[in-house]
Design a protein around this ligand. Sequence first.
Ligand code: SF4
Ligand code: SF4
Length: 67
Amino acid sequence: MAKIKIDAERCKGCGLCILYCPKGCIAMSRKLNKRGVKPVKFKAGSGCTGCTFCALICPDCAIEVYR
Ligand code: SF4
Ligand code: SF4
């Protein structure tokens, strides 16, 4: 099963990756990061295919895909 790693301090919480993930594997987290925004988090076991859409769309290069 593929998975992604999100750099929570680099993420600006724009939500683009949530919008573009075809599997709904990414969600907003509740706590703030050092930038004062809520970063996104990966939902383990949510069927990530490793398609890389999230990493490609992220304007801050905060996502790495492992497959
Ligand atoms: S690699 Fe694809 S399926 Fe996995 S979290 Fe990113 S957009 Fe979603
Ligand atoms: S696209 Fe990048 S910066 Fe925007 S919420 Fe997702 S990980 Fe964070």
